[in-house]
Design a protein around this ligand. Structure first.
Ligand code: HEC
Ligand code: HEC
Length: 345
């Protein structure tokens, strides 16, 4: 009899232990458990409408607009900021990886410059605090503009028009800091106001379709809003890609840029951690994710549900959420169509 009990109990004990180990293993592998992510929702800040800051120096911003499309900011005058952040493609370039000087290919997907001034850090891994620090990146990167400030300043100083413009606006000569100042002022003006969703938030209940309203509710209740929130519906926290399942293993292999924030902090828990991207104008900025691997917005939503929330959503819900995301497409920033003359004095 005793022997029989042992025979039955032993496998049960082994199974129970295995279960506990499996659970502990899984929860320590994920930085945030699903319940933790779900709990975020209840204390999450709300989504707010976008607004252009009122204290912009408009003349500086206009000079920045000129410089943003000026190829002299690159080695051999090959590319400008606009080459990879096109106003026709939602402030991004529509490619998986950008093409820089001498046709060199980058290693991460180019994010949009629209509304980027409102992100709490710059770049996918958040290695720069603000737009001022950000600009040195593309200027020196051999895969982007591959040049130096000395070269740029020299080229611009040879241009009489530029000399006059800097004199008029800064009352001073061309310098690295003034070029950066003008570019940042311009980028700060690149706000895409009045998306249907913002109009809805401001009280226009006809601004959204029924499917979009349903999608917004689902975006909240499923917990997307735990990470994508604030004015930019993203851009205000870091999180790992693959909270619920291992995204990288399932995609197959690792790329250089997959390490994410680990390169900034050297902390193991920052491996595969990225700035949560803004979802504003996301309809225009395919392909998606830091690896630019997903061309379809619907599939990006499906993947988010799997990897960040551990869920398989019904088709209908994917469709509604995707429709909601499309309501985040705002108007083109005003500064792109205004004439310099109108703000000259
Ligand atoms: C060759 C393509 C290329 C050029 C040229 C380029 N960028 Fe970028 N830009 C990128 C890529 C790729 C990233 C993402 C890099 C990363 O996160 O590591 C990026 C990131 C950014 C970001 C960060 C956005 C965010 O939300 O994190 C800003 C802002 C930006 N670029 C502005 C500029 C400006 C200003 C210039 C011109 C001085 C410029 N870029 C030139 C490709 C380019
Ligand atoms: C746990 C935090 C978290 C949750 C929850 C979450 N996301 Fe994300 N989302 C991220 C991060 C981090 C990225 C960037 C991942 C990468 O590029 O590797 C991202 C990227 C995206 C992108 C791609 C954006 C781009 O420009 O490349 C979309 C679209 C998106 N999320 C939508 C959603 C939707 C819809 C939900 C809910 C079903 C959701 N997310 C839930 C953190 C989250």
């Amino acid at each position: 009899m005793n022997r029989l009990k042992q025979l039955v109990l032993l496998p049960i004990l082994v199974l129970a232990l295995y279960g506990i180990f499996y659970y502990v293993e899984k929860s320590s592998a994920n930085q945030y458990s699903n319940t933790e992510v779900q709990n975020f929702i209840y204390k999450s800040s709300t989504i707010e409408p976008l607004e252009v800051p009122s204290d912009l120096d408009r003349r500086k911003a206009f000079l920045g607009r000129e410089l943003f499309s000026d190829k002299r900011l690159s080695k051999g005058n090959q590319v400008s900021c606009h080459s990879c952040h096109s106003f026709e493609i939602g402030g991004a370039d529509g490619r998986q990886f950008s093409v820089g000087v001498d046709g060199k290919l980058g290693i991460v997907n180019a994010p949009t410059v629209f509304n980027s001034a409102k992100n709490f850090k710059q770049f996918w891994n958040g290695r720069e605090e603000d737009l001022f620090g950000q600009i040195d990146g593309p200027i020196h990167d051999p895969r982007e503009m591959g040049t130096t400030w000395d070269e740029i300043v020299e080229k611009l100083k040879a241009d009489q028009m530029m000399v006059l413009l800097f004199n008029e606006i800064f009352d001073a000569e061309i310098s690295k800091d003034r070029i950066i100042g003008a570019l940042v002022e311009f980028e700060t003006a690149l706000v895409t106001e009045d998306s249907p969703f913002d109009l809805f938030l401001k009280g226009d209940h006809d601004a959204l379709t029924e499917s979009q309203i349903a999608g917004f509710r689902k975006f909240e209740t499923y917990g997307c809003v735990a990470c994508h929130q604030g004015q930019n519906i993203g851009g205000n926290m870091f999180l790992s890609m693959g909270v619920a399942f291992n995204y990288f293993a399932e995609r197959g292999g690792y790329f250089e840029s997959d390490v994410g924030r680990f390169v900034v902090t050297g902390q193991e828990h920052d491996r595969h951690v990225f700035k949560v991207p803004s979802l504003r104008n996301v309809q225009l900025t395919a392909p998606y994710f830091h690896d630019g691997s997903e061309p379809s917005l619907e599939n990006a939503v499906r993947k988010m549900a799997r990897y960040q929330l551990g869920r398989k959503l019904p088709k209908e819900d994917i469709k509604d959420i995707t429709e909601f995301l499309k309501s985040l497409t705002g108007k083109k920033p005003k500064i792109l169509s205004e004439a310099y003359e109108s703000v000259k004095k």
